[in-house]
Design a protein around this ligand. Sequence first.
Ligand code: FES
Length: 112
Amino acid sequence: MSTAAALAHDACSVEDIPLGEGRAVTLDGRRIAIFRAGGGWYALDAACPHRGGPLADGIVCDRAVICPLHDRRFDLQSGSALTTGNAVAAHAVEVRGARVFVTLAAAERGAA
Ligand code: FES
């Protein structure tokens, strides 16, 4: 029996990502950056909306990540831009035992 609920993807193990770091994975054809911050687990689209910088390689501080290319900062929970420019899509993360599951947000085009 199928369900209309969004699918939670088994993305990685909790041991794959040290505290304070991120890792990029591919889920359903989308590149997603998963972060293990002090306040919990978060997931954003992996490419910075500015010039495609690898957000998984950014510096994680508090509940934000800083893009390694030009230092734009994004809220890990919402994906909103904390400095300037466009937001990045944020995805729901749930830890079940030793596994990290990500439910992808709907892909949007032309959003503000
Ligand atoms: S590519 Fe991320 S700030 Fe420029």
